[in-house]
Design a protein. Sequence first.
Length: 119
Amino acid sequence: MGLLGRPAVAALAMSLALAPTASADNEDYFLNELYKTHQKWYWSYGEQYIVDVGHGVCNDWAAGVSYPDEVASLAMSKQWSQRNTRYFIALATGSFCQGYYSTKIPPEARLQPGQLPGS
């Protein structure tokens, strides 16, 4: 079987097969939660675009952008209300980069239990 035994190959194949599903599950959850708001402020862009904007929030956290700057920038560039922008940022962070959730999202802007994947 070469350098890797059958169990190792099977485990590797399983982990590779499951990785995209986890991401897709979070994207589906994210979109579903946005649909539940019945707001129309994001759908003119399309689903993939809005998922990419959500992932962009995580990229901004990694680059060191502050919460107030992220809210101001996204609200201005998308012409969204401050309230909708804060919700979008909290949901995107909780869906795509949970490691930043407790450090970047202020307590007053955090979503209720049950509004994040796995909660």
